[in-house]
Design a binder for this molecule. Structure first.
Ligand code: C2E
Ligand code: MG
Ligand code: MG
Length: 676
């Protein structure tokens, strides 16, 4: 879900800059287009107007020639025309073979270089006063002045502008372009021509106004274009920043989980080398919570940053990592084999413990090795659900909980089965509770001397229509992890309360029944009130119910536990400490906690070799409990000698297979009737 939202946000950020980019491109193209169109048309106009000037002179000379040719020879007419020519102009008369018959001035036309000859059209002798047609010849001879591109004009104009001083008014007259052309004028039907040489001059003043107009145009269109450009740039950098934020872990400043999922998928899809495979790793800092409690959360975050930095330098190319949450990191590592991967991780775990010299830290890791076959087909790689696989790695790590000296665990089939079982339990538990699949079983507690039933322990059994009878150790740990245990414990308290009230109604012998209360319940502030409410709903006697809590419950908040236990005692329930002696026993808990019953763990009665030592411990523990006025229950008693020994030591009750296994309520009722 988190990933999907990020994808949407990313798409949104990306989309939001497209209108700006579109506007910018449109404006730039329009601006360049407008300036170019303007310059090209201006150049056309400029050259055309200059050629029109030459044409005008040629028309006048042609008319003059025709006028004089009416009553004079060609040469006489030419000498009249020559009078009107200024010093810098040349004139030449040629016959039909381009032989120069007469010339005036310095030069004659070079008929090899025809591009310098502007030819009039139509090629016919003009009658006096006939107007020269102008359009045709202009079109024809545009090519001859095509060398003069507008870039050239602009370049020369700029050079002239830079060279000239503005105070000198003559700079406007600076010629930017000057080229001489011979203008060909047919003068008779025999193919005689008159050539007239004139200069095509484009001066600075001619382009000065164009430059001003171009400059104004550039300012008018350029400023918004530049502004748009900056807008686009800032939009792109903003968008990048946003996308970076999307991929940034708020605590470490490194990459976040979403990045890991996307990047890992990309790497796995691109990776073609079948020699290597990949491992998805769950790296976990053990007791990070305790570290924060001792050093403060700022120190905790600084440590996570250090871990992130360490991982950054430990990654090879084609590998990635990110923080998953709290002190858990997901790693995608390349490996050649399981052993190589384990070796590398072991080294990393050791190095990690040393990143804060003065602090004691430990790390553990769960590994999921991707099957090498997953490298072969792109299709299969794409199907890998990184998130799920990471949780398999977490599950592998989870199996090491509490096991000393073990820091690495590779996910295998057994863990997969456990995981599948866990999923199944979680999927079916609610329905099972509603369908009454959880059954109350009772295991009697006996007086070791009289061997009569003096109590019972309520133990749950899951009778599943699909899997038959499921023992508590298969589902209680799962319920304790997901919190469902509180519902089950309520269900068992209600069942015991109902049983007690039924016994009362039937006038049957009533014995106290103990109910296991998981430590998860002790987070409830109003636990005592809640249990009272459950028991009272069947009107059962509080004294008939004993609440068993395991020693591990004492590891939580001791003050709160004390408070709740006191309240429960005030309500009339007796409190029993289950499995005393298992794990890390604390004699302090005997001193501080307001308990009534001590249940000796069954491990006291296991192990042949050290029987004598075990007996001494049991003997002394019973003496201690007696001194503290606590009742003693011995659990897991399977042998006659054990019963005799416990009876001798003054143990109050015995619970074990020697006398009876846990049984359904009906069977227990029968047994208690026989007992009486
Ligand atoms: P526990 O509370 O210590 O219960 C005693 C366990 O020892 C029971 O196992 C019982 O069948 C077994 N036991 C009794 N005598 C002998 C014996 O002579 N030999 C052997 N080998 N075993 C004996 P069970 O019923 O499998 O329950 C296991 C654990 O599951 C319980 O340990 C308790 O911690 C938990 N549990 C059972 N029912 C409930 C429940 O309703 N709520 C909670 N929170 N936990 C429960
Ligand atoms: Mg118990
Ligand atoms: Mg026990």
């Amino acid at each position: 879900m988190y990933g999907q939202n990020n994808q949407k946000r990313k798409r949104f950020y990306k989309k939001s800059i497209w209108p700006s980019i579109g506007m910018f491109v449109f404006f730039t193209i329009s601006c360049v287009g407008l300036v170019l169109t303007f310059m090209v048309s201006f150049q056309g106009y400029l050259v055309d107007s200059k050629i029109a000037d030459i044409q005008e002179d040629a028309v006048s000379l042609g008319r003059l020639m025709n006028l004089h040719m009416k009553n004079k020879t060609i040469f006489e007419a030419a000498s009249f025309v020559e009078v009107y020519l200024s010093d810098d102009k040349d004139l030449c008369i040629t016959d039909e073979h381009n032989q120069v018959l007469r010339h005036f001035g310095q030069t004659v036309p070079d008929f090899e270089q025809t591009e310098h000859i502007l030819v009039f059209a139509p090629l016919r002798v003009l009658t006096p006063y006939e107007l020269m047609p102008d359009l045709d010849w202009k079109k024809k001879h545009k090519d001859s002045v095509s060398k003069l591109t507008f870039q050239e004009i602009l370049k020369r104009s700029m050079e002239a502008l830079l060279d000239s001083s503005f105070e000198d008014s003559k700079w406007l007259e600076t010629p930017l372009y000057q080229e001489y052309y011979w203008v060909e004028i047919p003068i008779n039907k025999q193919g005689y021509h008159m050539y007239y040489r004139d200069a095509l001059v484009i001066a600075q003043k001619n382009v000065f106004y164009m430059n001003i107009a171009v400059f104004a145009e550039l300012i008018l269109l350029g400023v918004p274009t530049v502004l748009l450009f900056f807008n686009v740039c800032s939009s792109i950098s903003m968008q990048r920043h946003m996308v970076n934020l999307l991929y940034q872990d708020p605590v470490t400043g490194g990459k976040n989980w979403n990045y890991f999922l996307e990047q890992s998928k990309k790497i796995l899809c691109q990776f073609r080398n079948t020699k290597y495979t990949y491992a998805i790793v769950n790296l976990h800092m053990i007791r990070y919570q305790d570290y924060c409690a001792c050093n403060g959360s700022r120190e905790g975050e600084a440590l996570l940053k250090k871990i992130d930095g360490f991982l950054q330098i430990s990654m090879d190319s084609g590998e990635t990592f990110a923080r998953f949450g709290k002190a858990d990191f997901g790693l995608l590592l390349r490996s050649t084999s399981k052993e190589q991967c384990e070796k590398r991780l072991k080294k990393m775990l050791v190095e990690l413990t040393g990143i804060k010299k003065d602090k004691m830290m430990s790390f553990s890791a769960g590994i999921y090795l991707l099957h090498p076959a997953a490298n072969r087909k792109g299709q299969r790689r794409r199907q890998i659900n990184i998130d799920q696989v990471y949780h398999f790695a977490c599950a592998a790590r989870g199996t090491m909980r509490g096991k000393d000296g073990e820091y690495l665990k590779v996910f295998d089939q057994q863990i997969l089965q456990e995981q599948l079982w866990k999923n199944k339990v979680e999927e079916t538990m609610e329905a099972a509770l509603l369908n009454g699949e959880f059954k109350l079983y009772l295991q009697p507690k006996f007086d070791p001397v009289t061997e009569k039933i003096v109590g019972a322990e309520a133990l749950v059994r899951w009778i599943s229509p699909e899997d038959g009878m499921i023992p508590p150790n298969r589902f209680i740990p799962v319920f304790e992890e997901n919190g469902f245990i509180t519902k089950l414990d309520d269900y068992m308290i209600l069942a015991v309360a109902k049983l007690q009230s039924e016994w009362k109604l039937k006038g049957q012998k009533q014995v106290p029944v103990s109910v296991n209360i998981s430590r998860v319940n002790f987070v409830k502030e109003d636990l005592a009130e809640h249990i009272c409410h459950l028991v009272d709903s069947y009107g059962a006697d509080h004294a008939g119910i004993e609440l068993e809590l395991t020693e591990s419950a004492v590891f939580g908040n001791k003050e709160r536990l004390m408070q709740i236990l006191k309240e429960l005692k005030m309500c009339g329930f007796s409190i029993s400490m289950d499995d005393f002696g298992a794990g890390y026993s604390s004699l302090n808990s005997l001193k501080d906690l307001p308990i009534d019953v001590l249940k000796l763990d069954m491990d006291f009665f296991r192990g042949e070799d050290e029987q004598q030592r075990g007996e001494i411990v049991v003997k002394e523990t019973i003496r201690l409990a007696q001194a503290l006025h606590l009742k003693i229950v011995a659990e897991g008693i399977e042998k006659k000698e054990q019963v005799e020994f416990l009876a001798e030591q003054g143990c109050d009750m015995i619970q074990g297979f020697y006398f009876a296994k846990p049984m359904p309520v009906e069977e227990f009722n029968e047994r208690i009737k026989r007992d009486c």
